[in-house]
Ligand binder design. Structure first.
Ligand code: ADP
Ligand code: MG
Length: 228
């Protein structure tokens, strides 16, 4: 019985990991699909979309590589990274989904924001997940504010503030648990993956939410000692 139990636990872990990876691949895949059709309908007049498609394919490649290296888990590759460039790229990627949902992004930076110390692809994944959730929380459209400010000299804070449906207080502790979702087509993996990446970067997350009013996700991350 003990062996059976262990075998089934192993199986469910494999299943959970497979689902997590499928989720990680689906975001860039959706972007590639969308940008290819934009390229098609623009008659080839949007050459910079090719760069986005290429970089998203590279990301999928990296995710698959990580999957193959699972037996020997890779740690994050931490490098100095400009949060403005990173957020500009991420908002471009999900702009299409935002436009369809009549959601607009407004990003504000405090002066003198230093570089982050992060694995760029992992950090992109975090902001894609969080911004997607913000957009999905506002079926009637609205504005998502992104605030970036200093916290002492060793950290920056990024706040993602939506005007969406909010999270009921009793559901708050479940956010980030694997497969916790309130969406018909949700996976409930985005927050889990994001929390884990932030933790690996020695960062912290705090969620404040009011039902019917909106949600603020506040992330604190360490800055880099070197310039990019
Ligand atoms: P998914 O988006 O696939 O449901 P996530 O892990 O990204 O999975 O999110 C889990 C759940 O957390 C969501 O289903 C939703 O109920 C809640 N949630 C996360 N972010 C927000 C937000 N900004 N506003 C409202 N609810 C949210
Ligand atoms: Mg999500």
């Amino acid at each position: 019985a003990q062996e059976l139990l262990q075998a089934s636990e192993k199986l469910s872990l494999v299943g959970q990991l497979a689902a997590a990876f499928a989720h990680e691949i689906r975001n860039p895949l959706t972007a590639v699909k969308g940008f290819i059709s934009l390229i098609q309908s623009s008659g080839g007049t949007k050459p910079h979309y090719y760069d986005i498609v290429t970089s998203e394919i590279t990301r999928m490649e990296q995710i698959l590589n990580e999957m193959l290296l699972l037996a020997k888990p890779q740690s994050a590759r931490l490098l100095p990274c400009d949060i403005r460039v990173l957020l500009a790229h991420v908002t471009t990627l999900i702009e299409m989904q935002a436009v369809i949902n009549r959601v607009e992004f407004a990003t504000e930076y405090e002066n003198g924001i230093p570089n982050l110390e992060c694995d760029e692809n992992q950090m992109k994944q975090v902001f894609i997940n969080l911004l997607k959730n913000a957009v999905e929380a506002m079926p009637g459209g609205g504005r998502v504010r992104i605030e970036v400010c200093n916290k002492g000299i060793e950290h920056i804070v990024v706040r993602i503030i939506d005007e969406g449906c909010g999270i009921p207080i009793d559901k708050l502790p479940r956010i980030g648990q694997p497969f916790f979702t309130t969406k018909e087509k949700g996976t409930g993996l985005g927050m889990m993956v994001s929390f884990r990446i932030i933790e690996n970067h020695r960062g912290t997350v705090h969620i404040a939410s009011e039902e019917g009013k909106g949600t603020t996700v506040e992330i604190t991350l360490p800055v880099s000692a070197q310039p990019a």
